[in-house]
Design a protein around this ligand. Structure first.
Ligand code: 5GP
Ligand code: ZN
Length: 118
């Protein structure tokens, strides 16, 4: 599948293997990898393999693939972190705190008093 990518985007470079990341799981349109600066142990990012800045910029197949991966891995991420709760969040646009302009869903395992929430 020919991917729409942005050669200056750090997450596109992770998807294409140009920069390394600890990949957790992937499907044909989405990839999950560990956050390099985790807010809590086991913090994972799920991205579409194609470059889109915001949720509404993706087509339905990419949106489904991203959330299918979130749905599949969240339980395992929580148990690996020794908890049964997580914050699942998207910063959708710069004014909302989005620093990397490539859609990404944060999955952050949570424990009481960890201060890792939005
Ligand atoms: P945002 O603030 O845009 O929602 O989140 C961007 C996330 O990307 C941050 O949690 C940050 O730690 C993570 N991040 C930034 N650069 C890299 C990188 O090069 N590799 C990985 N794995 N994560 C990154
Ligand atoms: Zn990108």
């Amino acid at each position: 599948m020919m991917l729409h990518q942005d050669s200056n985007c750090i997450f596109c470079k992770i998807v294409s293997g140009q920069i390394p990341a600890r990949v957790v799981k992937q499907n044909d349109r989405a990839m999950a990898f560990l956050d390099a600066f985790p807010l809590a142990a086991g913090h994972v990012l799920v991205v579409p393999k194609a470059h889109f800045q915001k949720i509404q910029d993706m087509g339905a197949p990419d949106a489904r693939a991203v959330f299918d991966l979130v749905h599949k891995i969240t339980g395992r991420i929580e148990s690996a972190a020794g908890t049964s709760a997580s914050t699942i969040a998207v910063h959708n646009g710069k004014e909302a705190g989005q620093e990397v302009p490539h859609v990404h869903v944060h999955i952050i395992p949570r424990k009481p008093g960890d201060g890792a929430g939005p």
